[in-house]
Design a binder for this molecule. Structure first.
Ligand code: NIG
Ligand code: FE
Length: 419
């Protein structure tokens, strides 16, 4: 397949979007084979592709079309959503309404709602029900351009249900169009009727070994908050995960400063996520250990948090900043990465360039994936064709879905029905 005449092709490097005007991409066997200007493609007479096979309307191309004319469009890497809680039973619209009336997320959680409300509905749900709901959500994400998606467990909080969730995630990975990366988040809360020390023992001695043995997760995550698992407990759990080959990730300093960023650095976490109220020392330590900062601005909007992730400080320290949706039934129902990009700019003060890099290349780093998130020879051909003339529109047209076509591993897997 060849894509040509992109008004802007965003190849996305560490430092910049790497814009190529009138850009072209050649794809072979699901991977990017060549990237450059359309003019150079034609001069080298690339593979004798004839112009008669070029369609002028990408919206109506056959899925098997060998040449896509992207005139007037931005072409960029597929979005990588590096933080979701996509598998769960039931929604929590009742709590949403309570929060609008003034109750806080923490008050609701401490009264037995919040995560625990979703836990009881997830325990009741069958694997098929969870899989059906997860499939629909992944499809919606695909329509918004997400081609790689991390999914966490964490609404089971017992061995049986955590394994059930992870098996559902494995099924989604096998039969959805996207790449799905599984994370074990058994340490999302303490289940009712179990003491915290007992639950930590269950996590470290029973659940983590089972999850690792069955190959059900790549990462181990913890909700590190003083009122959930404190820094010491979080470290203990993450180190157990690491001993079993699960790399650490951490929900850090989201609601209260809890030493999450410091813990991320101490355990050498792949990423620390949320980071609304981290200490400066914690951020410095993260920089030294190469921990990726994953920012989730959809959650700031949804929870109406006063604190904003300190992007200016992170930029000054040279931290790698990634973006995710945090899609879940309690603290963020936004799953569209173009909206997350807008919110990162509007709420956190990221530049548009930083936000797009954060939602592609840096999000891939937060998942330790080195063949997605940018467009270069050898990378997976996961690409988006957007109906906007330049990259600024992605952030600027808040709420507009710019995705016209989604290409995954060199195949068109979604073409929008409207022109
Ligand atoms: O990332 N912070 C912890 N976990 C989720 C919330 C999950 C829920 O409320 O169901 C989050 O915000
Ligand atoms: Fe989360």
């Amino acid at each position: 397949m060849i894509i040509k005449h992109a008004s802007q092709l965003l190849v996305v490097s560490d430092q910049s979007l790497g814009i190529i005007e009138d850009g072209a991409v050649v794809i072979e066997k699901g991977r990017v084979a060549w990237v450059g200007r359309t003019q150079d493609l034609q001069e080298s007479g690339n593979q004798g592709i004839e112009d008669s096979r070029v369609s002028s309307n990408p919206g109506t191309l056959e899925p098997s079309a060998p040449v896509i004319d992207a005139t007037g469009c931005v072409v960029m890497p597929g979005f990588v959503d590096c933080h979701t809680h996509l598998v769960f039973g039931g929604y929590r619209d009742d709590e949403f309404e309570q929060r609008l009336q003034g109750r806080t997320y923490k008050e609701i959680a401490e009264a037995g709602g919040g995560i625990l409300a979703t836990v009881s509905r997830t325990r009741q749900a069958t694997e098929d029900e969870l899989h059906t709901a997860g499939t629909a959500r992944l499809q919606e994400m695909l329509e918004w351009g997400t081609t790689t998606c991390e999914v966490k467990s964490g609404y089971g909080l017992d061995t049986e249900t955590e394994l059930k969730m992870l098996r559902v995630i494995r099924r989604l990975a096998a039969d959805s169009a996207q790449t799905v990366v599984p994370t074990f988040l058994g340490a999302h809360s303490v289940p009712p009727g179990v003491s915290k020390p007992d639950y930590i023992r269950q996590l470290t001695e029973e659940m983590i070994p089972r999850v690792a043995q069955e190959g059900l997760a790549r990462f181990c995550d913890v909700f590190c908050e003083n009122f959930v698992f404190n820094a010491v407990e979080s470290r203990q759990i993450l180190e157990a995960g690491r001993r079993h080959g699960l790399e650490p990730k951490i929900h850090a300093d989201e609601i209260e400063p809890s030493g999450g960023a410091e813990t991320a650095a101490r355990v050498g976490a792949v990423s620390a996520e949320h980071l609304l109220v981290p200490s400066e020392a914690g951020l410095r330590a993260m920089k030294e250990r190469g921990v990726v900062a994953v920012l989730l601005p959809g959650t700031s909007l949804f929870l109406r948090t006063q604190a904003k992730a300190p992007v200016a400080k992170m930029r000054e320290l040279g931290l790698t900043m990634a973006l995710g949706s945090d899609f879940n039934p309690g603290s963020c129902t936004v799953l569209a990465m173009p909206i997350v990009v807008s919110l990162a700019c509007l709420f956190y003060g990221m530049t548009i360039e930083e936000a797009i890099i954060g939602a592609t290349r840096n999000a891939a780093k937060a998942l330790r994936l080195d063949d997605v998130g940018s467009i270069a020879p050898g990378m997976a051909a996961d690409l988006l064709i957007l109906d906007v003339p330049n990259y600024r529109h992605i952030a600027y047209r808040l709420g507009h879905n710019p995705v016209r076509q989604v290409i995954k591993a060199g195949r068109v897997i979604h073409t929008r029905s409207r022109a």
